[in-house]
Design a protein around this ligand. Structure first.
Ligand SMILES: [Zn+2]
Length: 317
């Protein structure tokens, strides 16, 4: 089986900045390279960086979503959007390249719950509640006060659960994480985070957080960013394997996946240049003695399961 499910990339943001195209490009990910695999499902984030933009967060988010939809159209069916559980099932059965739209940074709601329904209609099926800073929902991980979910954040999270939008806690403050764990009932994910016990970067997850996500049947996308993989910042594919094996030791077999962060990071581990190297990560896991059954879950099955459950709650199902 040669199936990949990657829970996070910033390729749309990068394509928009550089005026490039998704079908074929020189950055980390394009449709041509996705199609080298039997099935490749990619979650594409509309990354709302309020430090960098001159327009409002919602305006910026809409611009990126327009780029996403125009790239889908341009692909002429080579890349297909997944918006329902039935779409997802079809993707796994038929093979090819598929996309799921997400938002990274819920400042894109601009404090307005009715924006959630609009974003859902545009195809958004996962929202990363914060980037590193505070927004109307919660504090991001670099906010020194470390606040949790606000009242509005709690309302938004509960509405996301009932609509079938997956909650993503990567970048969220630790208190925010535990608030999400407390006030939600369904699986939630950390789309692009690693293990703090192996690399002390504040963006990484403690053992307790990893076990809480696993205990909820959620999923963690192991991030390929060298700063999150090793304290020295120097690393290769074996460091990705190391984080995966550590989470396996914690008993998270059903909750480990891939969250490359392609095109959201300025460098990648030695041996990885982009989507073409996903197969090398799979080979490295196999060479390390991890069974094919577990590799299939990590490369595809675990995120597939969580998205399938979430999308099944959506209005179209
Ligand atoms: Zn990120």
């Amino acid at each position: 089986m040669n199936k990949i499910f990657d829970a996070h990339c910033d390729t749309i943001y990068e394509l928009n900045n550089r005026n490039m195209s998704l079908d074929k490009n020189s950055i980390h990910l394009d449709v041509e390279r996705m199609r080298e695999y039997d099935t490749y499902i990619q979650v594409f984030a509309a990354f709302v960086d309020k430090e960098e933009i001159s327009v409002s967060p919602m305006n910026h988010c809409l611009k990126l979503m327009d780029k996403y939809h125009s790239e889908l159209e341009k692909s002429g069916g080579m890349l297909k959007a997944i918006e329902t559980a039935a779409d997802l099932k079809r993707a796994a059965e038929s093979g090819g390249a598929y996309s799921i739209l997400s938002i990274e940074g819920a400042e894109a709601l601009e404090g307005n719950l009715s924006a959630l329904r609009m974003y859902y209609k545009m195809g958004v099926r996962l929202i990363t509640l914060t980037w590193n800073y505070a927004n109307e929902l919660a504090d991001g991980i670099t906010e020194s006060r470390g606040g949790g979910l606000t009242g509005f954040g709690r309302e938004a999270v509960s509405m996301m659960e009932s609509m079938g939008i997956l909650i993503d806690v990567s970048h969220l403050s630790e208190r925010g994480f535990w608030d999400v764990a407390e006030c939600t009932a369904y699986p939630f994910v950390a789309s692009h985070s690693c293990a703090k016990s192996l690399c002390g970067n504040i963006r990484n997850l403690t053992d307790e957080q990893i076990c809480a996500i696993a205990g909820r049947n959620g999923c963690i996308g192991v991030n390929f960013y060298p700063e999150f993989l090793s304290d020295s910042g120097k690393c290769d594919i074996s460091d990705i394997v190391r984080h995966i094996k550590y989470m396996l030791e914690l008993g998270a077999e059903n909750s480990i996946g891939l969250g490359s962060d392609f095109d959201g990071v300025e460098c990648l581990p030695h041996g990885i240049n982009g989507a073409e190297n996903m197969k090398d990560i799979i080979s490295a896991l196999s060479d390390d003695g991890i069974s094919q059954r577990i590799i299939d879950k990590i490369a595809f099955g675990n995120f597939y399961r969580v998205f399938y459950e979430t999308l099944s709650r959506g209005a179209e199902n």
